[in-house]
Design a protein around this ligand. Sequence first.
Ligand code: NAD
Ligand code: MG
Length: 393
Amino acid sequence: MTDLKKITILGATGSIGLSTLDVVARHSDKFQVFALTAHSSVDKLAALCLQFQPVYAVVSDSASASVLADKLAGTDTRVLHGVESLEYVASHDLVDVVMAAIVGAAGLLPNLAAANAGKRVLLANKESLVMSGQVFMEAVDKHDATLLPIDSEHNAIFQCLPDGRFQPTQGVERILLTASGGPFREFTASQLKTVSPEQAVAHPNWSMGQKISVDSASLMNKGLELIEACWLFHCSADQVQVVVHPESVVHSMVSYIDGSVIAQMGNPDMRTPIAYGMGWPNRLESGVKPLDFFQVAQLNFEEPDLERFRCLKLAQDSFKTGGTAPAILNAANELAVAAFLSNEIAFMDIPRVVEGTLCAIENQSTDSLDAVLEADLLAREESGKQIIKIGNV
Ligand code: NAD
Ligand code: MG
């Protein structure tokens, strides 16, 4: 008998995917790669397959699949494509752990498949939970999946909470969700009007994919994370306080009724939460250097400015509204960020597109996956129109 855990990495070629493979490579006695997936970066995926020899490699379309199959000819890796194949490798009987690291709504169906199959789901893809919190958490409960947060803040909160839940009976008073403030923390409202995509993706502390980097710059990322925290830890939006902390050393905190505040700290490197999720309830070496307090020297904290960073407020409000509002917000934001990155709209148009889309679409209840997918589709159509309108002005 072997106790090697088999892992599927959804979004293997991305920032989180590569950090996960770095941790896997440090523990080849404990983990074996079952499947690796990517959207269309065939060269990167082929190189990873040659190194980690998964049973399956999955890409989005058949053209990428045939190029990948040629590159992997003579190996034992089987190449698949499409969403159903993502669901297949996320729910396969042989799989123990699924790293959910696809960016955006594209992660929803494979992540749900993993939850429905009762896997250990390491959740980096926050968008899927924002869209479908109720449906997703029900799937986790019903199928006894183990959902472990990988987002650094949520991983920190999980480490600071008894049983990983917000329980007032255990004296929990509030979650303090930290935010770096992003590259534009000190920009004035008028400076924000002309910032470029290159400036927005240059995050001061974290090296991440493009979409989450722009979300961090607009503070939409913190808004999505607030919603993510409410679902993961079973609390209300008012029980989560966003705290801007530019050093990104305190990854988040939990405040208790006796005045205690428990913080989780470390260098800003995603291999720490990834290793925590992979090893839980044990700890694994991650390659991250211990924190040097003398070098850090100072920790600063400030309140977020909801006027300059309207995305955070829009996200907070959408969660309070409930129903399909967060799914609409998420879809509109995805399109607006893509339009900003391709210079179709300005940075400050991102909240305009999100707000306009939220106003234009009627809110529905989200007790079914179909309702979530319908809201996502409608929001994409509507925000597409708004982007064209704004872009033409
Ligand atoms: P990334 O852009 O670097 O990588 C995204 C991965 O998803 C790639 O492998 C890409 O091929 C794949 N992908 C993209 N579109 C796809 C599609 N339509 N279908 C299938 N696969 C697709 O992104 P990232 O920074 O690694 O972030 C991944 C997720 O983790 C996001 O949801 C992000 O919010 C979350 N997250 C990232 C970080 C970080 O430090 N990078 C931290 C916390 C949470
Ligand atoms: Mg985060």
